[in-house]
Design a protein around this ligand. Structure first.
Ligand SMILES: Nc1ncnc2c1ncn2[C@@H]1O[C@H](COP(=O)(O)OP(=O)(O)OP(=O)(O)O)[C@@H](O)[C@H]1O
Ligand SMILES: [Mg+2]
Length: 333
């Protein structure tokens, strides 16, 4: 089959026994896109990626990579992609250069091209100055950069990354973003990545698919997603947990549809947000409700997620990453 898509997924399902981890996902990713699959822990991101990598066989459905059928011609399909898995796989006791060399040999890059591939990868990952350093001494971000460059040594036009920035600090994370943008722009590589970070999906990806409980629940550009659910300015009131039901009641009284997330009550503020806030403040004060913070902001992907699923995206420790406040990048940690 000839496909217009770099990656075409048709109704894939993955069951583990009675449990359905991926439940009928269809998705077409065009050449040149940076596509982000966003979802909380256990949503089915890795399971989806692993089926695209040919590491897991789908229970049902079809996958084409550059028009090549993953089930019929797995080796040919796999040859078209570079892979960065969720776990770090650099060899700590080898230098950056030797890590690349071993990988290049594994991928059977011809010896006369190998040196060129290594130089390309060191240049790309900005690790030229560290070629003789042991990978074990690298920061998390440097390891990730090395892995990403390594995945491109056989010059694939599609790169799949599973949570490339999870656990990295802000600085390392933004370096990975820069690297991915560069790979996409300069090498024309199509990127499909998973992430739990809302701001990452928002800022880095041209299109986002939100996955939850194995189903794709939303798809579009970040702007489209916000528009699609018709959200206006968002109003948030942060208070002690025991006060939240009272705050919720006030929101309802004013005709808003609130959701509680973490220690906040959140709702679209409607057509006249400033008037709404004034009324909310009046009622909070009249009810002597102690609040920590009241804020208004343009809807974020987290608000979209909250509205669609009724629950916030959680990070690995289970902490709420609400709105802009909780996003790791936004905090400048
Ligand atoms: N080999 C397996 N056997 C049984 N259940 C599995 C297996 N692999 C994954 N699952 C389950 O499938 C669901 C989806 O898991 P998956 O790893 O795809 O989630 P994820 O979105 O990548 O989450 P995370 O953000 O934690 O990496 C989870 O409930 C998980 O426990
Ligand atoms: Mg995962």
């Amino acid at each position: 089959m000839l496909s217009d898509y770099a990656i075409e997924i048709e109704d894939i399902v993955k069951k583990f026994g009675n449990f359905t981890a991926v439940n009928g996902v269809s998705l077409g990713i065009k050449g040149g896109e940076i596509f982000g699959l966003l979802g909380p822990n256990g949503a089915g991101k890795s399971t989806t990626i692993n089926m695209l990598l040919g590491l897991l066989a789908p229970t049902a459905g079809r996958i084409h990579i550059n028009g090549v059928d993953m089930l019929r011609e797995p080796e040919k399909a796999k040859g078209q992609i570079g892979i960065v898995t969720q776990e770090t796989v650099v060899e700590p006791d080898l230098t950056a250069e030797d890590n690349l060399m071993i990988f290049g040999r594994l991928y059977q890059i011809p010896e006369n091209e190998l040196q060129k591939g290594i130089e390309f990868a060191l240049e790309l990952s900005d690790l030229k100055g560290f070629r003789k350093s042991y990978a074990g001494t690298f920061s998390g971000g440097m390891k990730r950069r090395l892995e990403t460059a390594k995945a491109l040594m056989h010059a694939p036009k599609i790169l799949l990354l599973d949570e490339p920035t999870t656990g990295l600090d802000v600085q390392n994370r933004s370096q990975i973003w820069e690297l991915l943008r560069k790979i996409n722009k300069e090498q024309g590589v199509t990127i499909l990545m998973t992430t739990q970070y809302l701001e990452e999906a928002d800022q880095l990806c041209n299109r986002i698919g939100i996955i939850d409980h194995g189903k794709l629940i939303a798809l579009g550009t970040p702007a489209e997603l916000r528009q699609k659910i018709g959200m206006s300015t968002v109003l948030e009131v942060e208070a002690e947990r025991e006060s939240l039901p009272k705050v919720e009641q006030i929101f309802r009284k004013l005709g808003m549809e609130p959701k509680i997330s973490g220690n906040k009550v959140i709702a679209p503020a409607g057509a006249k947000p400033v008037e709404r806030v004034e009324k909310v403040l009046q009622l909070l004060s009249a009810g002597r409700i102690d609040v920590h913070n009241v804020n208004m902001h343009e809807p974020t992907i987290d608000d979209v997620f909250l509205k669609l699923t009724g629950s916030a995206v959680r990070d690995q420790t289970g902490d709420y990453q609400g709105g802009r406040q909780g996003m790791m990048m936004g905090r400048g940690r």
